[in-house]
Every structure is written in C-alpha cells, then in structure tokens.
Design a protein around this ligand. Sequence first.
Ligand code: ADP
Ligand code: MG
Length: 761
Amino acid sequence: MGSDRLGESLDRLLGPRTAGPLAKLGLHTSSDLLRHYPRRYSEPGRLTDLSSIAVGEHVTVMAEVRQATVRDMRSRGGAMLQATVTDGRRELSLTFFAKRRGSLGGHEAKLRPGRVGLFTGTVGAYRGELQLTHPDYQIVGVDAEDEEAALVEVSRPIPIYPASAAVPTWRIQRAVRTVLDPLTPGDLPDPIPASVRERRGLIGLHQALKDVHEPFTAADWRGARRRLRYEEAFVLQAALARRRAEVAGQDAVARTGAAPGAPSLLAAFDARLPFTLTGGQREVGGQIAEDLARPRPMQRLLQGEVGSGKTVVALRAMLQVVDSGGQTALLAPTEVLASQHLRTLRSLLGPLAEQGMLGGAENATRIALLTGSQSTAARREALLDAASGRAGIVVGTHALLGEKVQFADLGLVVVDEQHRFGVEQRDELRTRGATVVHLLVMTATPIPRTVAMTVFGDLEVSTLAEVPAGRPGVTTHVVPSGNVAWTARTWQRVREEIDAGHRVYVVCPRISPDDPACVGDATDDADLVTDLVGPGDGADDGWEPMVAPAAQEPERRSLRAVLEVAQELAAHPALSGIRIGVLHGRLPAGEKDVVMARFAAGEDQLLVSTTVIEVGVDVPEATVMVVLDADRFGLSQLHQLRGRVGRGTAPGLCLLVSEAPEGSDAATRVQTLAETTDGFRLATVDLELRREGDVLGASQSGGASSLRLLRVVRDADVIAEAREDAAEIVAQDPDLAASPALRSAIETWLDPTREEFLDRA
Ligand code: ADP
Ligand code: MG
C-alpha cells in the first residue's frame, strides 16, 4: 500500500505492550493490522452452544451472566468470585481468585446478571462442571460512553479475530480501532480503480476496512468481505497480467522448424511413431508449433489427464526447435523421472538421437542427461554436449538450472510434471542466457480452471482431455485394511497378475518403520515431499461454529513402511518365488535407476516403493497398483499413482488399502477415487477437501498471507471477473501509471519474501 501511514510500526502507534503480542501474530505495521480481518462475527443475541465445548480446549464463547458471588475462602485465605454464565440451557462457571476481596470488585461490577459477554480461556472441569479459571472477558457495550451508545453497541456484530492466548480478540479489536479510526480515505489509496469498483458494485477501501472491522450490521461486513476478497483476486490477476504483458513484449528467437526441403527430425519422428496422434495431441501440438514460430517467448501450460500422452507432445515441440538449429532442455522433478525421460526419449527417437554413433541417422541429434548426483566424468561430458550445441536435447532435474550449465543456443525449456514451480522460477528459466527462451510447463494431473488462472495465471493454457483410444482402463477397489479375507485376496490377485506376466507396484507412505513423520520421500529431490493431507480445517464464511471442533485423529497403528512391507511380502506364502525390488528416495541416485530399470525390464516383478513413482513413471507391463494406507494420500496423488497402471494392453487394477473410518474426509477421498477416473473432477474434489494452503503454498493463519479471504475453488467467479478486469486495465495502461495504488499493491504482492504464495506446496 502506498501511504506512509500504513507502514507505521505498531510498536510506535500502540506501544510495546500491545505491539509485542501482535508481533507474535505476524502483525508489525498498520497495514498488517488492518489486513488482519476478523475470522467471523458474533451477534450479541446469538449465544454459543455450550454443549459444544470440551475440557482442555481454548475457547471463546458468547454467553449471558446468570449470577456472580464473591466470598472469602476460610481454609486457604483470600477470596474468590464465582460466576455462572449460560447459553440459556447449559452453564459454565467462571472462577477468579484474589488475595483480598476488594480486588474482585472490578469483576463483580462488570459481571452483572443479564449482561452478555465474550469469555475466553481454557476449559477445565471442577466437580463435574465445566469452568474457566481467570478467563479474559469482554462485556458487550460496557465501554460505551452513554446508554444510547451502549444500546447501539450491543446490537452490533462483534468481530472475532484470529487471536492467541496472549492477545484476546477484543484487544485486537481495540488496537484496530486505534489505528483505523484516525485514517481518512486519503490515507488508504484504493488498488481497485473506481471504474472497476463501479462495474462490480464494490465499496471503496476505506469503507471496506471500516465495515469489516467495525460493522453495524451483518450486511456491512458481508459487503466489505466481498470487496476485500475481490481485491485479492484483482491484485493477483493484475500482477499476472503484467507478467504476461512483460514477457509478451520480450524478444525470443522464432523456431520455425526445418527449412523447406531440409531434413527434418520432426518429420522423421512422426514417420516412425508406432501410433497415430490423438486429436487433442494434434491440436495442442499445433498451438505450440505456432507459439514457437513467433519471435515472442512462448509461455504455455500443457495440462492433461494422466496418460494423455504429454511427453510426445513435448518431444515434438523440442524437435521443432532442434530442427531450427536450437537446443532444448527438459526438466523433471526427480532423478528417477529424469532418467526415465532419457530412456523414453531415446527409445522414441531411436537412431534419430544417435548422432555420431554407428547406425545413427544422418541428421540425428544427441540427448544428454544432467543430474545432481552423476559422476564427475559423466557430468563433464554432458556439460560439454550442452555447451557445444552437440546435444539438441538436455534432460535433467532442476539441478540443470544450476550455476554452470551453458548452452550453445537454448531455445525451449520444458518443465515436466511440475506443480511445484513458482512464477519467479519460471521467470528465471525464461531469461536464462542471452535471449529469452520459449517455455512449456506440463502439469502432472489436470487442474481446475481457477487454479490454472491463479497458480499458472502467467501462462496460456492448453489441455489434453482425452487419453489415447483403446486404453484398457483401470478398475479401482477400496480394501478395508482390517478385513483379513480381502487382504489375503489382494496378494492372491497380485500373484495371479505376476503369473500372467504382468508387474505390480506396492506403494507405502513411509520408507522405514522408525521414520518419525508420516511424510514419504522428502529425500529424493527436496521438492518431492508427498502431500499427505491432514484433517481439513473447514472453510469460513463468517459463521463457522464458535468453538472449533477438536480435530482429533482416531488412534491408529503406525503407517506402513517400504522396508518392512518388502520383507513381509518376501516371506508371504502367496508371493513365494516372486522377485521384489525396493525403491525409495533414500537410495543413492544411481541405484534408483538400476531398480527402476530392473522393474521396467521385468527382472523384478513387484516393486515396493514410496511415492517416488508417483509422477510420470511409465512401465506398460505394470497392471496392479496396491496403495497401502491409501487414506493418507491426497486425491491427486492417488490419481497419479493409479495412472501408473493400465498403460499397456492389459487392464489395470488399483487396490486402495484403507482404514479410514466411514464418513471421514479420508474415506471420502479414497471412495471418490474408486468411483471416478476423471482427473478434472478429482482435482476439483481434491481442492475442496484440502486446505487452501495446500493449493497455494500460502502459510495459513494470520501473518503475511496475501490471500486472506479468497478461496480458489469457492471463488471461481470472483477470480474470473477479476482476471477480466485486470487484463483490461493492464492492456489500457501497461505501466499502471494511472493506478499507483494498484502498482504498489502488486509490488507488495510480488515481494520476493512473499513469492511462496504463487508456488504450490
Ligand atoms: P502423460 O500425459 O501422463 O505424461 P505419457 O506421455 O507418459 O502420459 O504417455 C502415456 C503412454 O501413452 C506412453 O506409453 C506413450 O507412449 C503412449 N501414447 C502417447 N500418445 C499416444 C497415442 N496417440 N496413441 C497411443 N499411445 C500413446
Ligand atoms: Mg508424463
């Protein structure tokens, strides 16, 4: 925000006693505090249902005082005040102790029967009754100057802030008032231009902050939230629109493909493809080919159903660039995947990738592999291939982006299976070297439109919705882990498939039984942390229950681990004689490759693995995917895992072993996966079940998150409108000269320290 007053430190404005605890909530400046919106609002007339609270919880409840009495404590000395508050049905007792009776007079004066207040504290039990000891509280209307003001006050919605034990919500409320009340509209330049506000019927920023923090009616805060939510979408979309415009204004080398009459790798490749391209592959291929042929950097997202054949589309784009004399880089999130890409591309290209080798085609190119952990000699040779221009295609992990990698003429970067990449990293990629390169980003799974607009909003989107015809498909079943008969049947089925010449994956959430946390493979490349999901924390809309339900996980045995399961299966009578491989992120990189290659070649028939195989691994002979503790995985992740089977000619089978109790979110997830194979639908359900932070990578509560009110799934319409408005504003005024407030809001938004909000976790 532009005005200096908003940058003022709370320490100066409020004094260290108030500012200290606020700082612990991540609130340091006026602006931070004003953007710390109430989580919800409480109506004075609406009391908290006291049956919903439990011993041990920290609660804030709205209740009416029934009685309060002060008495001396003969046995212990000193005095106590005992009050009872009620929701009309149940009671909660409040207890205050003091050395002298007189010290309790203040409480006694405030806690008069019939008054309504907010009470906060940790619930204890005394002689079977729930009680709060020394609760912090605020009586509604008690601070008002006269009776009339008090009457108004008691009828206003009460903002309830995300608070902490150190700062109760009303202290935040008071601090906000201290900061907000002296400000005028002039102090609060509005990032949303008046024309847009008018079109969308939105109030101005000053009014919105007043109404969100100090509403008189529910309509006030609703209108304010609507506007503030829109603002978040608008600033983000304007930032993305500017990036698109900026990149679109840059020069890139047009890569039009082979000159007429000259030998073309692309044509030669198409001629040797063992299948015909799907309609979608042709259409998307056409879009990409056109992009590449323009002297402007391509910035395109290719998203598609698992198994829709994105690799071929990317390879054809790469060949167009190589045919034009340029080089390409293909980045994969893990070493396993990078090595697999190398194998895939080599086998797809055959002699076309064997430049300089016996049997290589005349106009052949070369593929180099660069990973973080290869031998120095191999690395040196790959670096040389890249720098000399000999390699038309360089495959690698993100280490490829690292320091010393030089290209003779890099024209295109393809980022595969990558939803963990931020805008900033994309910028970095695009601007490597002397010229700006073309960029193609591929997602592992389909993503809902609003996520595309938000997380990948700087990119044009191409979608491959269909999978090649004739795929046998995958049948999915949920196997309750407690059911002995089903479990036995599972391993029998596995045996049958292997006896039929097929291969089987068994996926576990952990590597070894003594891994403390339930994360999968944090060790391959740091970015391959599995997104095991925790209990969702319900979306807000002003009226979530007063007391958050204790999100307690039922007691459960520990999660299955690769090393343990591999041993069990090796000893399992149904699987005797079967060759079992073990794959996880802690293996040295070279060994991972060996394991994967053994499995691909059929030397191992069953692979026990972590989610290191989640993305992109392509072994057509694999027909069964058994996921243990399936309820611990995210929906998109399960969909990815399932996508590893049914890729060849034989039908696939996916068995989700789960012990999620019926009706739980986890059970819903697993069941949903069993019911549909539509990745777009699954992605939407997934988003609805997950917390927002998992989508945007934003840190959750309070503090610096720039998306406070906006929810990517729920607010799809808002995002679409904001995108339209932002594109228009940026098109008219690319430098935003006429909208300084918007420009500075974008700068704040794009502050590198906040960049994580554009990265998906
Ligand atoms: P994903 O989009 O999930 O990355 P891949 O690119 O790995 O999918 O392709 C999945 C499999 O489908 C590969 O074995 C690939 O060779 C094959 N494939 C790709 N395009 C076609 C097509 N048009 N017809 C038949 N098979 C295809
Ligand atoms: Mg793929």
